[in-house]
Design a protein around this ligand. Structure first.
Ligand SMILES: Cc1ncc(COP(=O)(O)O)c(C=O)c1O
Length: 357
């Protein structure tokens, strides 16, 4: 658990890639700069992604690259960012930066933001006169919620801060500005001695962590809040839904009351950074037996096997950076997503607001 030293502690970053992709070209890390009067710094006008590239026996492989880049494009569309980038170009750029980095595993950070045209300045809130700039950086990133968290779980609190309302700041877009809300949640949690905070939505139902989606296990059923609870449509969340299907575990999107967190058998976070992290207490109330529960462990095991390419995934989840080595095809009889009937309540990734409960 983080203590007050959480104020200065951050996720380990053993290596940073010394080049950054910028609008179609690779530039040096030290040349990737913006003017302090850029629109984004004042008005939060950025959208971004977080993508993990895993070390596999077949070399580095980017996890669910197309889905992440599609969400990137969706976020840009929501914020009327009229840029020239196509899905394939962004995916190629991501693969190329991993290749150039020489890293076997890393975290990729695409970002698109409103910049400043110094020859034709515009300083108002209206974003349209400001040029857009697109970058992708890469670094090696450790375990987001601490090294022991994956096995032992984390202690979290319910935040006094609510998640964004859908008609104020769309949680569906991964915009930089949304993370001011996340920062309030995170700072409050850290200063109170917790690793993370869970935010409720504006109606008082469970939404998500400051940078993670949440899952609740009750008996042999797994529940997760729907997109209508102001959550980011997480790619890891979608992966876990499909993994539960693969395991034959009933998984449903349901609005979840705060009190249900306290009496759950198991809770866990999902996210690109946090991966699948068990939650062992909420507001100092022990969850289940106070450690990683059996369903969480099963889901985690499959997730890590799939990210490492040790087990076929329900779809083409891995983009191998050394292109000649492609993911093995799913074996016969592997149905993957869509054929498991227990998840009729779940929404397709990225798009729908599943107000079905
Ligand atoms: C607020 C928030 N919710 C959920 C997630 C999990 O999303 P994903 O699994 O796509 O990383 C993240 C991380 O990106 C996040 O920042």
């Amino acid at each position: 658990m983080f203590s007050k030293e959480g104020k200065v502690k951050d996720v380990k970053t053993p290596r940073i890639c010394d080049v950054v992709w910028h609008d179609g070209e690779f530039i040096n890390w030290s040349d990737a700069r913006v003017h302090v009067m850029s629109h984004v710094l004042h008005y939060g006008s950025s959208i971004f992604e977080g993508i993990r590239c895993y070390s596999t026996k077949q070399g580095p492989a980017v996890f669910r690259l197309r889905e992440h880049m599609q969400r990137f494009l969706n976020s840009a569309k929501i914020y009327r960012m009229d840029h020239p980038w196509k899905l394939d170009e962004l995916c190629d750029a991501a693969v190329e930066i991993v290749r150039r980095s020489g890293m076997d595993q890393c975290y990729l950070r695409p970002i698109l933001f409103r910049s400043l045209d110094e020859a034709n300045t515009a300083f108002g809130v209206n974003p349209f006169p400001n040029p857009l700039a697109c970058y992708i950086g890469a670094w090696d990133w450790g375990k987001y919620l601490g090294d022991e968290a994956i096995e032992q779980g984390v202690d979290v609190c319910v935040s006094t801060w609510n998640r964004l309302t859908p008609n104020s700041m769309p949680a569906m877009a991964k915009s930089g500005a949304n993370y001011m809300n996340s920062q309030l949640i995170k700072m409050e949690a850290l200063l109170n001695g917790f690793a993370e905070g869970i935010a409720l939505d504006d109606r008082g139902y469970v939404s998500e962590g400051s940078g993670e989606n949440i899952f609740l296990v009750t008996g042999d059923v797994v529940l997760t809040p729907p997109l209508s609870s102001s959550i980011l449509p997480g790619i890891t969340r979608d992966s876990v839904i499909q993994i539960c299907q693969e395991l034959g575990i009933t998984i449903k999107e349901r609005t979840i009351q705060r009190a249900a967190l306290y009496v759950a058998d198991e809770l866990f976070f999902t996210g690109t950074a946090a991966e699948v992290t068990p939650i062992r207490s909420v507001d100092r109330i022990t969850v289940g037996s106070g450690g990683r529960g059996p369903i969480t462990e099963k889901v985690q095991k499959l997730f890590f096997e799939m990210t490492k390419g040790e087990r076929p995934a329900p779809g083409e989840w891995l983009t191998y950076v050394n292109k000649e080595k492609q993911a093995p095809p799913p074996p016969d009889g592997f149905h993957g997503r869509g054929l498991e009937t227990s998840t009729e309540d779940t929404a397709p990734i990225l798009f729908t607001t599943a107000a079905r409960d």
